[in-house]
Each structure stands twice: as structure tokens, then as C-alpha cells.
Design a binder for this molecule. Structure first.
Ligand code: PMP
Ligand code: GLU
Length: 418
């Protein structure tokens, strides 16, 4: 048939995390017992005071259109949080865009930073260390960016070195991504490492790429357990105006379904960029759901204890997950210090065969076989880029009991391989 959808989407890579989670959910609906280690979605319920704030607003009639980038009160609460907790000294409410989740903030941001090229023009570059979250590269390419990967390894603790970054920057560089704590690697940059990275960026902005912007995705900032303090690179004055800090409430406040996120950018350029985000959002989705604004304020001002108890639970699960994985023969698992993902290297299984005759040639085959043969759902590492192809991602945003049951099954799966 001649009917088609635009190339823009027919060539778009679907989100592997969402796809695998949906598949596992469909199998569960068909009656199969599936242990879910796919989504980065806290299993906790949203704290009560957050729900109450939304219910109160709903009953009070806050059900109409609101200012596109958020009501002034909520933008002010977010700006205050970023100034006091993250050291982003120059952030005012006008430097904040409130979006339908961190993913929406990132999507809009890439649309505002990149253009599709005119004939004869070379695309601008987006520097992305890999392995990295599955959505960064597709969202960037959709906006017209050329993705330049910086490969990290287990040996480098999945961190890019200042020298690697320096080498990747060219006059065409438009944006550099940072995501600490990292999805899927679970690693964090220390303050001193981020200061070294910042020094390279400041220098490059003067001598090579004047239009360079840093995107710092800090959505896992509260879920840390390795003794490394979270540090926001946008707090470094020389980099402040070039840094866009992206965050969201999905992870720290167990609010994945609420779709609440934000972007913050400082200084004069920050204002222009946030206004551009507003123009785009005004033609796209208008404001986020109106009665979610008070819920955001309740989360950011009243829920420190809830956040801490969820963090402590994730910390215990990280220990259980890494200890259990370390007991599996031929599986190497770097120890996560933040977020809620284990990222074991399962490449020793490549070339082996399962009891039903499936040959494991990749982490996609590995996850496919685990799902079909033992009912365990994990994300293949391919989609995270780079060395990710040798790994699988196991989210431990689930109970300790589920972790034990899952690793028991995985242990048998591995020992049955021939
Ligand atoms: N950044 C990272 C690194 C993520 O893992 C996710 C996935 N939740 C997001 C951003 C977006 O999350 P949300 O849209 O739920 O805020
Ligand atoms: N970010 C989470 C994950 O990686 C949620 C799904 C998604 O948006 O990718 O699992």
C-alpha cells in the first residue's frame, strides 16, 4: 500500500527499555510468571503528601490551562532547590522549564540546540559517552545531531577521561552529555573528576567550540550509595551559562507515572534557551497537567524522609544484587555507586547453547533466551552503545526477594549452558 509514515519515525529506533518492559508485561497478562528486571521504575508508591497535594488542587478546581513552562510558584521552588542543593547560584524561576518528565525536557532541549542541516552544511556533533541511556542518541539524531561516541569500559569504571573528551571535541561540537549517576552503568563522577572534565570544556569553549553546551542529566542524584557525593557541574561558575541541568521526579520520588521533569539553564543564554523551550512546548503540549504543580512543590519541600528511606532500600538492594551476581561464574559485575542498575558482563556465555538449542551470540540472544526459558526479563546492553553489547542491564528497583529469585534462576540458566 502507498500509505506511509514519515521517514523521521519509520527510521527511529524504538526505546529498548520500554519495548522489553512492554513485552514482559504482555507475557504476564497471558498468564506467564515473569520476573521483571527491566524498567528503571521504583516499586514504591508515591509518598502520600505528594498525592494529597494533587488531590487538593484537583478538588480546588486547578483544572485549567496554566503558563506553558509552569506556574511561577513551582518554578520558584525548583529554582530554590537548585540554588541551595546543587549550587546553581544564578538560577531564577525564569531559568526553569517544567516538562512532562525528564525525557520530554531532553527531547525539547535537543530540538532547541540542533538543526537539520542545509545542503552543503555538516551536522553539529553531540558527544556521548557510551554505554549510556538508550534514548539520548535517538533523541539527538532526530533533532539533526551527529552522535560522537566516547567509549568507556569496565576498567575505566565507565567514566570518560578528560583526554578522551578533549580528543572528541571539534569546531562542530554543539553538546556534551553527562549523566552521573549513570544509567545503565551505575557509576558516578567525583567532584574532582567533574572539575577536570569542566576544565577541558572551558578551555575548548574558548579555543575550539564556542557554541558548546553541557547537558547534565541528574535524574539519579538522590539515589546514591557508594560514598561519592553528587556534584552538579553547572555550579562551576565558568561553565554555569553553558550548562543545562535536567532532572525529573520519576526516580527520587517514585513518580514515574506523573510525568514531571524540568530543565534549568543560567545566565543570559539560559534565559534565551528556556524561552525557546517555552516556544516549542507552546506548540507541542502547552503546560504539564495543571494539578501536578502542587505535587512537585510537595515533593521538593516535604519529602526528604521518604526520599531517604527509598534511597536506603536501594542501597541494600545494590548490595544484595552485586553480591549475588558476584557468585555467578564467568559474570563480571562492576559495583554500582548510584541509580538502581547492575550492568554485568555476560559475554562469557557467547557461543554457548541453551538446553532448548538456542545459540547465544549476543546480549540480545541472552535476554531473549532468559525471557523465554526462565521467565526473567532484562535489557540487552546493545542499545546502550559501545561495550554495552557484552552486558545486560538488571534494574534492582524491585524487592530483595525478587532479586534472590531472579539470580537463582539466572544461576541455573548459566550452568545449563553448553
Ligand atoms: N534520564 C535518564 C538517565 C533516565 O534513566 C530516564 C528514564 N527514566 C530519564 C532521563 C527520563 O525519565 P522521566 O521521563 O521519567 O523523567
Ligand atoms: N529510564 C528508565 C529506564 O531506563 C525508564 C524507561 C525509559 O524511559 O527508558 O528503564
Amino acid at each position: 500500500m502507498a500509505l506511509s509514515v514519515a521517514r523521521r519515525v519509520s527510521s527511529l529506533q524504538p526505546s529498548a527499555t520500554i519495548a522489553m518492559a512492554n513485552r514482559a508485561k504482555a507475557l504476564t497478562r497471558q498468564g506467564r510468571e515473569i520476573l521483571q528486571f527491566t524498567l528503571g521504575e521504583p516499586d514504591f508508591d508515591t509518598p502520600r503528601q505528594i498525592k494529597q497535594a494533587a488531590i487538593d488542587a484537583l478538588l480546588a478546581g486547578q483544572t485549567k490551562y496554566m503558563p506553558t513552562l509552569g506556574d511561577p510558584e513551582t518554578r520558584a521552588v525548583i529554582a530554590a532547590k537548585l540554588r541551595t542543593e546543587n549550587g546553581l547560584a544564578g538560577v531564577t524561576p525564569e531559568h526553569i522549564a517544567i516538562t512532562s518528565g525528564g525525557k520530554h525536557a531532553l527531547y525539547n532541549l535537543f530540538q532547541c540546540l540542533f538543526d537539520h542541516t542545509c545542503p552543503g552544511e555538516a551536522p553539529r556533533e553531540f558527544i556521548l559517552q557510551t554505554p549510556s541511556w538508550v534514548s539520548y542518541a535517538p533523541i539527538a539524531r532526530l533533532a539533526g545531531a551527529e552522535v560522537v561516541e566516547v567509549h568507556t569500559t569496565v576498567e575505566s569504571d565507565f567514566k570518560m577521561t578528560p583526554a578522551q573528551l578533549r580528543q572528541a571535541i571539534t569546531p562542530r561540537t554543539r553538546a556534551v552529555m553527562l549523566n552521573s549517576p549513570s544509567n545503565p552503568c551505575g557509576t558516578m563522577y567525583t567532584e574532582s573528576e567533574l572539575r577536570d572534565i569542566a576544565a577541558v570544556l572551558v578551555d575548548a569553549a574558548v579555543s575550539i567550540a564556542p557554541d558548546l553546551v553541557v547537558i547534565s542529566d541528574e535524574i539519579y542524584e538522590k539515589i546514591i550509595f557508594g560514598g561519592i557525593a553528587h556534584f552538579s557541574i553547572g555550579s562551576i561558575p565558568q561553565l554555569a551559562e553553558r550548562t543545562v541541568t535536567v532532572n525529573g521526579l520519576s526516580k527520587a520520588y517514585a513518580m514515574t507515572g506523573w510525568r514531571a521533569g524540568y530543565a534549568a539553564a543560567q545566565g543570559e543564554f539560559g534565559l534565551r534557551l528556556i524561552n525557546a523551550l517555552g516556544t516549542l512546548q507552546g506548540q507541542m503540549s502547552t503546560n504539564i497537567t495543571s494539578f501536578v504543580y502542587p505535587a512537585i512543590r510537595a515533593a521538593l519541600t516535604q519529602c526528604a524522609d521518604d526520599v531517604e528511606s527509598m534511597r536506603a532500600a536501594f542501597a541494600r538492594r545494590a548490595v544484595v544484587m552485586t553480591e549475588r551476581l558476584s557468585g555467578l561464574p564467568q559474570v563480571q559485575t562492576p559495583r554500582p555507586t548510584g541509580a538502581f542498575y547492575a550492568f554485568p558482563d555476560i559475554s562469557a556465555a557467547f557461543g554457548k547453547t541453551t538446553p532448548t538449542g538456542r545459540i547465544i551470540r549476543s546480549s540480545v540472544d541472552f535476554c531473549e533466551a532468559m525471557l523465554e526459558e526462565i521467565g526473567l526479563a532484562a535489557i540487552p546492553g546493545e542499545e546502550f552503545g559501545g561495550i554495552g553489547r557484552n552486558h545486560i542491564r538488571l534494574s534492582f528497583a524491585c524487592s530483595e526477594e525478587t532479586i534472590h529469585r531472579g539470580i537463582d534462576l539466572m544461576s541455573k540458566f548459566l550452568s545449563d549452558l553448553r
